[in-house]
Design a protein around this ligand. Sequence first.
Ligand code: NAD
Length: 328
Amino acid sequence: MNRILVTGAAGFIGFHVARQLLERGDAVIGFDVVNDYYDPALKQARLAELAAYPAFTFVKGDIANRSAMEDLWRVQGPFTRVIHLAAQAGVRYSLENPYAYVQSNCMGHVTVLEMCRHTEGFEHLVYASSSSVYGGNRALPYSVDQDVSRPISLYAATKRADELMSHSYSHLFGIPQTGLRFFTVYGPWGRPDMAPIIFARAIAEGRRLPLFNGGHMKRDFTYIDDIVSGVIACLDNPPARQAGEALARILNIGNNRSENLLDFVRLIERELGRKAEIELLPMQAGDIEETYADVTETTEAVGYRPTTTIEEGVPKFIAWFKQYYGTN
Ligand SMILES: NC(=O)c1ccc[n+]([C@@H]2O[C@H](COP(=O)([O-])OP(=O)(O)OC[C@H]3O[C@@H](n4cnc5c(N)ncnc54)[C@H](O)[C@@H]3O)[C@@H](O)[C@H]2O)c1
């Protein structure tokens, strides 16, 4: 039986990835600090779902804490396959609390790299980057060949730093790695600080719904099931070893469709049976007008093929939203 470490297992993506690994028969050790960046009750509810699987073990701890990570490896490890999703996420909060980003995303990432470096027979580290590394790039769709040296938020800068640190570790120590640039993930058990839940809550509660940049925003919304299959396909297909070459690849993981934010709002309205009271506001600092993923390399490398349109994904997301938040 495979034993896989999933960091950030109480988080949105980590929970879904862990559950799918358990479903296919892997053993999963979930590691998460369960912080209160958003309602920890949602994180606990996700962990309660995972606890139903006998092959799931949860360890609470901080990836940036070296001794906690050494204990984790000693007691539950060693781990030769790691999916590293724990991070301080969110663009806007990085203007408010920059230290949280440097601590979790930089110190935490190096600590994970160090643990992998000292693991004999280490096979593959799959870690989360973000579409935000593309910053204000104008050429769409975003392709992994583009220059990403101009991040426009500290969050993006820490994610780009992760990619660079990973590259150096692959080069120096031959650690096979895949960095995944996620594009706006949504679905059941989603994050309450992200647009889909902010929109759904505002509409359900009859509150005004602020839309930035006058509503002229486009996002490559990616349904969680497509993300999960992509992450697991990456895990199972580490980059091929080539003599003298660093084994660090970076891939986009999006839906390969750029959707108008207003169309997404209309679908939520339809599923909730209520109209949104939209308030148009100016662009926010650090935000990006449009995201759109070119996933050609991801398809070639691991067979990734997203299939869920927003017309299919939003009803599933809202069905969960109604049940979890008790709205009709
Ligand atoms: N959801 C998206 O659309 C999206 C987009 C781009 C990138 N990402 C990245 O994907 C990863 C997963 O995102 P998510 O949406 O599941 O976020 P999330 O916030 O739901 O999950 C992250 C989890 O990491 C945990 N965590 C934070 N700091 C930690 C630390 N120092 N030690 C241990 N645990 C810690 C949190 O408690 C949380 O449960 C993150 O790295 C995020 O930056 C997500």
